[in-house]
Design a protein around this ligand. Structure first.
Ligand code: SAM
Length: 392
């Protein structure tokens, strides 16, 4: 396709393969997974579709120029070599985000400043006036990436990170990032073909992402805006068509999705967020202590949750993780239970052997997504070998 161009979808460590699979399923060309990113090709419509639909992408960049950079002058010259009037006019605003892995430049602020000067000078020379910098709501977001002596210049097609889905207004004490929640669900193999429970649902993020996956609802259908809406070539009709065709693929869901939390304030927030996401017909939330609960449904139950880790929530971790293990063992036969924790010490107290262990990060905290398989009709877990997926 001659209108295809390369794009870079950024993601979290550990999600590269599932993001690549998401892209392939959407119809991307030349999908290649890297570190915390996946590159692919598509046209303008696909750029809209990717932003609207991808669950595990944080941002989608459109590279426009590459050059070799050895010092301040070559950086300025390289940026001046781009015809910025193609993307921006003097009455508009822009901002530059830089990432730098180079011995020659160690301050991202300096790089952004130098690039800004080059862009502004080009406009001044050509038109006598200049676009201004606007950090929070710019018309154009430019991404500069310097790796050793290679500089790549890209347009940020998304704007604010794509985890800002638009449905979560109320948060509790330690809400999980929406992209992290969606990635955990996809890694767990959640496909909407069984009942689902988040027994410590907090503000309801995992529940909302689980329902959207089950019903094949585009991840960012509730989002208010994308950066490309301010571009010169913005095609509203094309975008509307893509939204419409995404909504046509929404499928029915015939199981139950439930959330428990023992804190009344969390239950209230979760209910509000689920309503905002228009998902209340699929999700039931109850004020409940997981440790006093038992499996309520027939058939296999899929469980994904984010228990307290202990750093931010003050509880007795050893007892808490032991009670999690005991509850799973005694009250949840026929359950595949997955949870994420950054408290690797506390994991030992669960008293069950995980059948999967995947290294992820929750913010800056190194974490593990673990799976415990609880057999039906028995109070034992499946003691198979742990698949080593972390780099330990
Ligand atoms: C880390 S937060 C979960 C955050 C959630 N994933 C979100 O995105 O908002 C942990 C939650 O577990 C709840 N919790 C702690 N112990 C519980 C228990 N025994 N039963 C049910 N909920 C519990 C807390 O009230 C808190 O809301």
């Amino acid at each position: 396709m001659e209108n295809n161009f390369t794009m870079i979808a950024k993601t979290f460590f550990g999600f590269e393969e599932i993001l690549a699979r998401e892209l392939q399923m959407l119809g991307a060309q030349e999908v290649t997974a890297g570190v915390r990113m996946v590159s692919f090709k598509g046209d303008k419509g696909f750029m809209y579709k990717a932003n609207l639909s991808l669950r595990t992408a944080l941002k989608i960049l459109k590279p426009i120029y590459f050059f070799r950079v050895t010092n301040e002058e070559s950086l300025y010259k390289g940026i001046s070599g781009i015809n910025w009037s193609k993307y921006l006019n003097a009455n508009q605003t822009f901002v530059i985000d830089s990432t730098v892995h180079s011995e020659r430049f160690n301050h991202t602020e300096f790089v952004s400043q130098k690039c800004k000067d080059a862009i502004v000078d080009q406009f001044r020379e050509r038109t006598g006036s200049r676009p201004s910098v606007e950090k929070t709501h710019p018309d154009l977001r430019i991404n500069i990436h310097i790796d050793k002596d290679q500089c790549s210049v890209a347009l940020d097609t998304s704007g604010a990170s794509l985890h800002h889905r638009g449905y979560r207004t109320a948060t509790n004490i330690a809400p999980i990032n929406e992209v992290l929640a969606a990635g955990m669900l996809l890694l767990s193999g959640w496909d909407g073909k069984s009942d689902f429970l988040d027994p410590m649902c907090g503000s309801g993020t995992i529940l909302a992402e689980a329902a959207m996956i089950a019903c094949n609802i585009p991840a960012n259908i509730n989002r208010k805006e994308f950066a490309f809406e301010k571009w010169n070539d913005w095609d509203n009709d094309l975008f509307d068509m893509i939204v419409e065709s995404g909504l046509k693929k929404v499928r029915e869901f015939h199981y139950t999705i439930k959330g428990y939390d023992k804190a009344p304030s969390a239950v209230e927030k979760a209910k509000g967020n689920i309503k905002n996401a228009n998902l209340d017909e699929y999700i039931k939330i109850e004020e409940r202590n997981f440790f006093d609960s038992e499996k309520e449904t027939q058939g296999t139950l899929h469980m994904v949750f984010n228990p307290p880790y202990g750093e931010r929530l003050d509880i007795q971790m050893e007892r808490f993780y032991r009670e999690m293990g005991d509850t799973l063992k005694q009250s949840y036969p026929g359950t595949n239970a997955w949870f994420i924790t950054a408290n690797l010490e506390a994991l030992k107290f669960v008293g069950l052997k995980p059948s999967r262990k995947i290294k992820l990060f929750n913010g800056s905290l190194e974490a593990r997504l673990v799976k415990y398989e609880m057999y039906e009709g028995s109070k034992r877990t499946k003691f198979n070998n742990i698949q080593e997926e972390s780099d330990e």
